[in-house]
Write a protein that binds this ligand. Sequence first.
Ligand code: NAD
Length: 491
Amino acid sequence: MATKKKQVARELLFGDLWEFDPAPETAPAGIADRYGLFIGGEFVAPKSKKWFDSISPRDEAKLSEIALAGQADVDAAYAAAAKAFPAWSKLPRAERGKYLYRLARLLQDRAREFAVAETLDGGKPIREARDFDVPMAAAHFFYHAGWADKLEYAAPGRDLRALGVVGQVIPWNFPLLMLAWKLAPALALGNTVVLKPAETTSITALKFAELIRVAGLPPGVVNIVTGAGETGAAVVRHKTAAKIAFTGSTGVGKWIQRELAGTGKRLTLELGGKGANIVFEDAAIDQAVEGIINGIFFNQGHVCCAGSRLLVQESIEAVVLRKLKLRMKSLRTGDPLDKNTDIGAINSKQQWERITELVDVGASEGAEIHQPACELPKKGFYFPPTLLSGVTQSHRVVKEEIFGPVLSILTFRTPDEAVEKANNTAYGLSAGVWTDKGSKYLAVASQIKAGVVWGNSFNKFDPTSPFGGFKESGFGREGGRQGLLEYGELD
Ligand code: NAD
């Protein structure tokens, strides 16, 4: 897609980029022409009789036709989940664990196919889908399979019971991984589920439904309804739901919280972020530069915990900026199916427009824009890696979540100023601290109001480690023992 013709001051970073031969991933994605709703263990046509197209952000080609679930379909999904709940929740725990192990292994067996499907559907580089999304999704099922028959150790001396039917709504940035974060703990504890994937990325969830059938999960334990916001709202409001788990934007999260107030339903919200990545002058600079690049350009910056606000100690600003620009020149933006690609396609036209608009706003507010001079594919939604300097705390690009490959750079002089600036945000999901001194890391990290604070690293994930936010980034945790407890009632 061509960049808007708005006049903004841009510095194009030219450099000697080695030319790589194309290295396309050619494995088949196994995507069906049409997907019904997955209810009661079967793919069924929607009662709404409505369907929508799923297109690939890579080249705007149609991938499949997806059912649009209406209220009657959501009712049917909840009815199936409620019917399945008594037997599933009473199943011996080790038996439930076996199903989870089976799902993890089936996903591993078809890892390559799932990675290609995820890349085509969402636009992320195949390298990331292959090496991160799919293995991490399997790891979450393995981890929770291990918990299923050891629940007495999750809450020693207490009895941990399933809640009932759980409604789950997930976003488009890590479609399969977010499904795994939600399904695995819910099922390990004996809950049954109605899950709604994001409308631009339903395909791997529906392919996962195929694995659920192969694994022989009892019908109705997992139900998948597809559609957009209205379908999500029907899932959230449904009277059968004992708990709602939502990952998505802060705006929708606030609406859900208002909607659920007084209903007695349990709620966890994993929302947006504007993570600070703090680099002190005593840090290993080259290592920090790699961490900054990974922190913002991983998954095109469609990462809730992205390090989108870079805070650099003033004394090293010039050297960090120089090294960052140099490193950005070597990033390859383009066909996500190419194994050499670092930055793939923006997930949707709508998201591309939002990123473009916010970068233009930054420019009109006086930001300097640095972008590598790269040729972007003519079809599909692509945005080059972008660095904004000359910005302050009051710039919109510094305050708002852009959810794209756009980094703002700010400076600080003292650790106290770094902490104050890092916390000067409505969000509280993530941060990074780069320093040679362990004591400085601990002192700074303990003052930052964020669910995760990485030390000399960024974007590190593990199923054993709880993840979640403070302030407008939401509440509740996913992963680890804490995430498991969110799906149970303690007696
Ligand atoms: P979104 O809120 O627009 O959509 C998320 C999901 O909610 C989608 O499935 C969507 O169809 C559904 N939805 C939309 N309106 C709804 C409504 N009224 N009721 C119920 N469901 C509704 O967010 P998005 O643009 O898909 O995702 C990006 C956002 O997700 C970013 O803000 C990002 O930071 C956040 N995110 C957070 C985490 C985390 O763990 N904190 C992880 C990933 C993404």
